[in-house]
Ligand binder design. Structure first.
Ligand code: SF4
Ligand code: SF4
Ligand code: SF4
Length: 335
């Protein structure tokens, strides 16, 4: 049972307040963030509270990094450190899936997560957190992966921030012991107000329900469209996509779930045909893909990777009633 409190103010200031407290109180060694140069953002771990105000935490949450880094990957690659990370639900799902595979330690990391209505394509990169995670965009404005997203709430978090019910009265809740201690601190410091009114919680629930329903509808429509084509046409389309792969490995390096240190596909990629390379990767990801869309963003050949990976994966995982990253009790099925 989560206790929800309210915050009235600038959401980025709230995030900064939490990040500073985590560093000052020694809860974490660093906060996964970025450093801006020429309008682009590269990975940077903030180690001191004084650095937090200058750090583009909002930009990292909404649009990620230039290149192949991802915030979840940064936590995974530094799992000996205690790091705080800002995530959207797909990234929280990646954290859960990685925890089940013993690749991240959720006890020592700190997840600050947001309910997510869907991220718009790059032309609205200037939006701040308030605008981006409160309003529900129409389907045409969304990234492909967000259009078919089934999970808009965080499956796991330490602190959750939700602007879905209202962009002005922000809901803040904690799920874990360390999250509860941070919320208590914010409450005692006067940052958070009293418990949230019930009607705001109900509005949030209803928005989350509608968002998931819409994602499942779009997923079904994509699948119906795919299956309505004759099988030889489907096969040709699928093969043409596979054959256009340049085996550059960018999708592997960008994927938060690809964690093998000695990835045979990367090492031996020039010995694989493009189709074998991609099919092997799809099999490895069959039960793990969380449809975050990171691979779509880095593929130089514009192959609709999240579309292919997720549809293929769902055909496999629906047999086991398995959805990647949504609960801890269901063990991975393909490893
Ligand atoms: S896939 Fe898109 S809508 Fe779903 S949680 Fe991730 S960013 Fe949000
Ligand atoms: S395969 Fe693509 S969409 Fe799936 S988890 Fe990896 S990067 Fe995200
Ligand atoms: S990023 Fe695109 S071109 Fe590069 S290996 Fe992945 S699918 Fe192939």
């Amino acid at each position: 049972m989560v206790d929800w409190f309210t915050y009235k103010g600038d959401v980025l200031q709230l995030v900064r307040r939490i990040a500073k407290h985590l560093l000052e109180a020694g809860v974490v060694d660093g906060v996964v963030s970025g450093v801006s140069k020429d309008g682009k953002v590269s990975l940077y771990i903030v180690r001191g509270a004084v650095e937090v105000d200058e750090s583009p935490l909002d930009r990292v949450l909404l649009h990620g990094y230039r290149g192949l880094e991802s915030a979840v990957r940064a936590v995974r690659e530094r799992r000996e450190e205690r790091l705080a990370v800002l995530v959207k639900p797909c990234e929280a799902r990646a954290m859960v899936e990685l925890a089940k595979r013993r690749q991240v330690n959720l006890d020592s990391s700190f997840i600050i997560g947001f309910d997510c209505p869907g991220i718009r394509v790059n032309n609205t990169i200037e939006l701040g957190i308030k605008e981006a995670v409160s309003a529900v965009p129409s389907d045409e404005l969304l990234r492909d992966a967000c259009r078919r997203c089934e999970v808009h709430a965080l499956p796991h978090y330490d602190v959750c921030i939700s602007l879905l019910a209202s962009p002005e009265i922000i809901l803040v809740g904690a799920k874990t012991g360390k999250g509860t201690r941070v919320v208590k601190f914010l409450k005692e410091s006067g940052v958070l107000s009293d418990r949230s009114p019930q009607e705001l919680l109900l509005m949030r629930e209803e928005k989350l329900r509608l968002l998931s329903e819409n994602g499942r509808k779009n997923l079904r429509e994509e699948e119906e469209k795919l299956l309505s084509a004759p099988s030889n046409e489907r096969f040709s389309w699928f093969m043409s996509q596979l054959d256009s792969c340049a085996r550059c490995g960018a999708c592997i390096k960008a994927c938060p779930l690809c964690f093998c240190k000695d990835c045979i596909l990367i090492k031996e990629r020039k010995n694989y045909s493009p189709s074998l390379f991609l099919v092997t990767r799809m099999l490895h990801m069959a039960d793990a893909c969380v449809c975050c869309g990171k691979c779509d963003e880095v593929c130089p050949k514009n192959i609709p990777l999240s579309y292919m990976f997720y549809h293929l994966g769902r055909r496999f995982t629906s047999r086991y009633n398995y959805l990647a990253g949504v609960d801890f009790s269901n063990p991975p099925r393909a490893v």
